[in-house]
Design a protein around this ligand. Sequence first.
Ligand SMILES: [Zn+2]
Ligand SMILES: [Zn+2]
Length: 444
Amino acid sequence: MKNLILFFAFLFTTTLYAHVGDHTPDRGIVYTINGKEVEGHFLMSRDDKVFIELQNGKVISAPLNDFSFRNRESLSEKIAALKKLNREKNKVKESSSINRLSAVLSLFFFTLFLFLIKKIENIGFAKLMFICTSIGGFLYACKTTEAVVTPNPNTQTTIAKTDPAFIEAVYSPFKSNVKTRYDNTYFYIESNGLPTHNMMVGITSWQQQVPIPQDYTGTNSWSIPLNPELATTPLSLKTNFMKGAVAIAPNGIPIFNPLNNRGEDAFIIGELDKWGGHCGRADDYHYHIAPLHFEATAGNNPIAMALDGFPIYGSKEPDGSATLPLDEYNGHDYKGSYHYHATTKYPYFMGAMRGKVTLDPATPAPENQIIPQAKTSAIRPAGDPLKGASITDFKTTGTNAYSLEYTLNNQKGYVNYSWDNAGNFTYTFIGTDGKSTTSKYTRK
Ligand SMILES: [Zn+2]
Ligand SMILES: [Zn+2]
């Protein structure tokens, strides 16, 4: 009889400590927004807007009222559950005091049970005290365990808004060439697309493109999200983002994917200069690997900002200490946020976009690009590869004038070019045979 009562009493007290069920994520639900059907996952709600991640990783948002009645019902439940979860996350202390209250109640009922036992079975007072103390200890242990449970970082959907001053510090060493501004959503970076360091020297696989200025200003500025969020499924740079920039260096120059659409590493195949850059088909200069040379001017600040809103640090942590272990994306959680690190070997910077990005619907993977994305403008037809040529010198020959020297079969060739402020460009090509041709182009 005594053992039976003890068993039920034990069951009663432990039931009080059972956890509330975990949240089960929804999968591929069909949502009807203004009559249009989309399939995706509910991500979050903010400012009365609901964010849905589509099957292709794209994130769309719409006011709750635009969803069908059925959707609204289930979404309202999810939003309420998410709000509850956030409240619980923020109030671990409070919930631990509730636990304490239930522990006291349990102890009270348990003592009542034991007094009943004492009445029935006439147990000695010392033995009763011993049982009470043991149970009290057990309850306290339960309470302690409950209080130290921390939310799983993977369930975290939002990261604190980035302080614009933090990004400002990344671009401040190049203030004379880079202009910055911000609104509630993005931090904007303006530049003319030309770095202040030398370029092109060291390239051994050259497409005959040369650097000219680009108009990355106004509505064509680079945009860094100020409210980064972790992606449910980070998109790998091996199968995505072969088009456009994925990060912006401190000098306002874009950083592209290290791989081309054939999976070749631009650095390994000799396409890059000593600074990790080269020119695209619009004569637009950009990097393809992490420009670690910016560590010299960056101090302990990041050496670039990724287009998902997370910073890319060099070989040190923000406090100057050695880099902590990196995850599969070449980054890690750090003091409530996330950042990447630049490395000298692949993936060089992020292996995947840990943060959410918006994809240009017009560009299917792997040539998908992140939007907003500044555009380049070509002034002449794209060049062809000049097999066997290596770029041996590049110098400024005047205001808005450059001379590129290449070596092919031990002979030297040149591209001398210049432009005026009205957008008129003059290119003189001097081949290794000494023949010279001049072409003029105007930027429209
Ligand atoms: Zn490139
Ligand atoms: Zn770090």
